[in-house]
Design a protein around this ligand. Structure first.
Ligand code: ADP
Ligand code: MG
Length: 290
């Protein structure tokens, strides 16, 4: 029994057909093992590796490659803001925010395991979206799934799902993300869109998974977001329970940068000496307002 397998590539006398081996690994959907098997087989023969070592080296490559691709996939699905990193964030410009706390959020699996929330408040341009986005990559590298979305887009998608009787399905899909980041929460208006989907999502989500919300307005003004005051109170209640709160009570970083740029152009020293980072990526777009 058993057909005689002839070696077509470098036959070291073991009678193994490496071309066929590659095909089998392909069939088994082990592309990295397939790519490396011939080279490692030759090396194993040359160096006299035990069979188990050969197999485990190949399997190790497959696993590593899969992990790398998974992270790539999860980074691209996260829809984080490009170029907004923690290294590029000037904590000196927002003294009310603790750098240690933000670093812990980025490093920490613990708050995600607890399904805790994080809320970032502050006027426009103070870096809420930047910070929310910047903690994402580290979490993804640690094997977590993150999704950042404008709250208005999220509401629209939830409403569409509800119309199509697929709200439960969509909620389940959102649950696959360890962290959901609805950006610009307070931009949603109940007269602009029927936002009861949000007041359903938040309590349900808070039971299971984490949220990081950025908003220009603090809680008392959230009445306008939810269909009625009771719902607003209920949602806020769920959110603040075990939440980390980042208050960005600072001047708009955009304005600081614009002032700095215009002063530089005028040859005067910058007034805001705290900023170490010149955020070159945006000085050109913000322009100077003299
Ligand atoms: P917000 O979401 O609070 O309105 P953004 O996060 O969009 O503000 O910040 C506005 C711009 O200023 C972005 O380009 C952001 O990268 C930059 N920025 C804001 N705060 C800082 C900071 N502390 N350090 C570096 N860049 C900042
Ligand atoms: Mg923002």
């Amino acid at each position: 029994m058993g057909e005689r397998i002839m070696t077509r590539k470098a036959d070291k006398g073991a009678g193994v057909d490496t071309v066929r081996l590659e095909l089998m690994l392909s069939d088994l959907r082990l592309p990295t093992m397939r790519r490396h098997c011939t080279a490692f087989a030759e090396r194993a023969d040359r160096e006299g590796w035990p069979a188990a070592r050969f197999l485990s080296v190949l399997a190790g490559h497959e696993i590593e490659e899969r992990a790398r691709r998974r992270i790539q996939r999860h980074l691209s699905e996260a829809k984080l803001l490009p170029g907004k990193t923690l290294a590029g964030f000037d904590f000196g410009a927002v003294p009310t925010v603790s750098k240690a706390q933000v670093m812990a959020l980025a490093a920490g699996d613990e708050w995600l395991d607890r399904g805790a929330c994080c809320l970032a408040f502050g006027p426009p341009g103070t870096g809420k979206s930047h910070l929310a986005s910047a903690i994402g990559p580290a979490l993804v590298e640690n094997g977590r799934r993150v999704l950042m979305t404008r709250t208005t887009d999220l509401v629209q998608r939830l409403q569409t799902a509800r119309r199509e009787l697929a709200l439960e399905h969509m909620t389940a899909r959102l649950d696959r993300f360890h962290l959901l980041i609805p950006d610009d929460f307070a931009y949603v208006r109940r007269d602009q869109a029927e936002t009861s989907v949000l007041s359903e999502l938040i309590p349900a989500r808070c039971e299971r998974r984490s949220l990081m919300i950025t908003a220009n307005q603090p809680f008392p003004e959230w009445d306008g977001i939810f269909p009625d005051r009771t719902m607003a109170v209920a949602a806020v209640d769920r959110l603040v329970h075990r939440a980390a709160i980042l208050e960005l009570n600072a001047e708009s970083y955009r304005r600081i940068e614009a002032t700095r740029t215009s002063r530089r152009k005028a040859g005067r020293p910058a007034r805001f000496a705290t900023a170490k980072n010149t955020a070159k990526d945006k000085t050109g777009t913000d322009g100077g307002t003299g």
